[in-house]
Design a protein around this ligand. Structure first.
Ligand code: ARG
Length: 464
C-alpha cells in the first residue's frame, strides 16, 4: 500500500483538516474490496460506453478510458497496481489511477454516477459470477454422488431413525437423498441469481440523476436481466446478499449432515467406509489414528457461514433509507461465504469420488438390527392380521430372537408360527434384506429398480 502525499488525500475543499489516521484506516475498505476490482472496471466501461452513446462523453474520451482501464487491469492482474489506503476503496483507487494515466478523460467517468450505485453494481456482478462458480461445483458433487450411487444400488446398509437401525436401504438410496438435497440447493441458487442479476447503476447517490442516461443499455452491456426499479432501493438494500447467504447456509447444512455421516461411518464402530488418505490426517501422539479432518472441518465451517447470514441480517436491520456506510460491511461475510463454499464443495466432490465402501460391514449391521421387522409385520397384514396386532406379534418375535441371539430370518418356521399361525414358509422371502428392498419398488422407494430410475432421472436433468 502506498501512502497518499496530500494531507487532503481523500476529500476536497470542503474539509478544513486532514482525516484522522485511525478514521482513515477504520473507514477504508480497499484492503478487502479490491477483490471487486475487475468487476468495478467492467461496470465503469459499460457506464462510459453508455455515456458516449447518449452524447455525454466524447468518443476520444471513451477511447482513452478504455485504454486506461486495459492498462489498470493488467496492473491489477500482475499485482503491480499501486493500491492506497488513503484512497479509501477500490472505486477511488481505480478512478484516481485512471486519471493519473489518461488525465482529463478519467475525471469525466464519474458523471451521472455515485459510488453508492457503483458499489451495489460491483457486488452484484461479483456475486453473479460467484453463484455460477458455486453452481458448477454443486453440479460436480451431484455427479460424483450419482457415480457412486450407480455402483451401490444393491449394496445393503441399515437405514436409521433415531440413529437406531430401522429398515434396510441401499447405500445408493442413501446417497441419492443427498443428491436430492443438492438439486434443491441448485434450484434455490438459480432463483436467487435472478434477483441478484439486476442493475442498480443509474440510481446515482440515491435519487437518480439529471443526465439523460440509458439504464437499459448499461444493463444489456453487463448482462443484467433487468433494472432495480427504485433508486433508493437500488443503493440501499442488500437483501440479495442475505438471500444468497441463506442459500449458502443450506448448502453447508447439507454438507454438514453428510460430513457427520462420513465421520460416523468411518469410525471403527461402524467401519462402513474409508476416505482416501489424502483427505485424512494423523495424530501427533496416537500412531494408529487416521482422522476425517475434511468432513469435520466442513461441519465446523458451517457455523461460520450461518454466522455470516446472521451478520448480514443484522447489518441490514433498522437501516434507514438509503445508502449508509454500514453497507460497506456486506463484503467480508459475502467473500468468506463464497470462499468457504467453493472449497468445501470442491473437496467433497473429490472425496465422494474416492470412497472405499465396506459392503460386508454394512450388510452385517443391517442383519444385526432386526431391520426386516416391519417387513414381517407387513407380511402378517397382507395375510389378514390387523396392523396393530401384527406390530405386537413381531415385537414379541424380535424379543424372542434377541434372547436367542439371532436374526428373525434365523428362527425356524415352527418358532415363528408361535407368534402368528398365519406365518408360512414364504415368510423367509420377506425376511431377507434383498426381499425387503425389492418390495419397496415405487417412486421414492429403496428397491434397486426404483433407485436406478431415480439415478437416470437425475442424470437426465443434469445432462450427465
Ligand atoms: N466503500 C463503499 C462501500 O463499500 C462504497 C460506497 C461509499 N459511498 C459513500 N457514500 N461513502 O459501501
Amino acid at each position: 500500500m502506498q501512502e497518499e502525499k496530500s494531507p487532503n488525500g481523500r476529500w476536497s475543499g470542503r474539509f478544513s483538516e486532514p482525516v484522522d489516521e485511525l478514521v482513515k484506516r477504520f473507514t477504508a475498505s480497499v484492503l478487502f474490496d479490491r477483490r471487486l476490482a475487475l468487476f468495478d472496471i467492467q461496470g465503469s466501461l459499460a457506464h462510459a460506453r453508455m455515456l458516449s452513446e447518449v452524447g455525454l462523453l466524447a468518443a476520444s474520451d471513451l477511447a482513452a478510458i478504455e485504454a486506461g482501464m486495459a492498462r489498470i487491469r493488467e496492473e491489477i492482474e500482475s499485482d503491480r497496481f499501486p493500491w492506497s489506503v488513503d484512497l479509501e476503496d477500490v472505486h477511488m483507487n481505480i478512478e484516481r489511477r485512471l486519471t493519473e494515466l489518461i488525465g482529463e478523460a478519467g475525471k469525466r467517468l464519474h458523471t451521472a454516477r455515485s459510488r453508492n450505485d457503483q458499489v451495489a453494481t460491483d457486488v452484484r456482478l461479483w456475486l453473479r459470477d460467484a453463484i455460477d462458480q458455486i453452481q458448477a461445483r454443486v453440479r460436480a458433487l451431484r455427479i460424483a454422488l450419482l457415480d457412486l450411487a450407480e455402483q451401490h444400488t444393491e449394496t445393503i446398509m441399515p437405514g436409521f431413525t433415531h440413529l437406531q437401525v430401522a429398515q434396510p436401504v441401499s447405500f445408493a438410496h442413501h446417497l441419492m437423498a443427498y443428491q436430492e438435497m443438492f438439486a434443491r440447493d441448485q434450484a434455490r441458487l438459480a432463483d436467487c441469481r435472478r434477483r441478484v442479476n439486476r442493475l442498480p447503476l443509474g440510481a446515482a447517490a440515491l435519487a437518480g440523476t439529471t443526465y439523460p442516461i440509458r439504464r437499459e443499455r448499461v444493463a444489456e452491456l453487463l448482462g443484467f436481466e433487468g433494472l432495480c426499479e427504485n433508486s433508493l432501493d437500488a443503493v440501499s438494500d442488500r437483501d440479495f446478499a442475505i438471500e444468497f447467504t441463506a442459500c449458502a447456509s443450506l448448502v453447508m447444512m447439507h454438507l454438514s449432515r453428510l460430513s457427520e455421516e462420513l465421520i460416523l461411518w468411518m469410525s471403527p464402530r461402524f467401519d462402513f467406509i474409508r476416505l482416501a488418505d489424502r483427505f485424512c490426517t494423523g495424530s501427533s501422539i496416537m500412531p494408529q489414528k487416521k482422522n476425517p479432518d475434511v468432513p469435520e472441518l466442513v461441519r465446523g465451517k458451517t457455523g461460520r457461514v450461518y454466522g455470516h447470514l446472521m451478520g448480514l441480517l443484522t447489518l441490514m436491520k433498522a437501516q434507514p433509507l438509503a445508502y449508509n456506510k454500514d453497507n460497506q460491511e456486506d463484503k467480508e461475510p459475502l467473500f468468506d461465504t463464497v470462499d468457504t463454499l467453493l472449497d468445501a464443495l470442491t473437496l467433497f466432490a473429490d472425496m465422494m469420488g474416492a470412497i472405499t465402501v465396506n459392503t460386508q460391514a454394512m450388510r452385517q449391521a443391517a442383519r444385526e438390527g432386526y431391520a426386516t421387522a416391519t417387513d414381517l409385520a407387513d407380511y402378517l397384514v397382507k395375510k389378514g392380521v390387523p396392523f396393530r396386532d401384527a406390530h405386537e406379534a413381531v415385537a414379541r418375535a424380535v424379543r424372542h430372537a434377541e434372547a436367542k441371539g439371532c436374526d428373525l430370518a434365523d428362527l425356524p418356521l415352527e418358532e415363528l408360527r408361535q407368534f402368528s399361525p398365519v406365518i408360512d414358509a414364504d415368510v423367509f422371502a420377506v425376511l431377507t434384506l434383498e426381499g425387503s428392498l425389492a418390495a419397496r419398488n415405487h417412486l421414492g422407494g429403496t428397491a434397486p429398480a426404483a433407485v436406478r430410475a431415480a439415478i437416470a432421472r437425475a442424470r437426465a436433468t443434469l445432462g450427465a
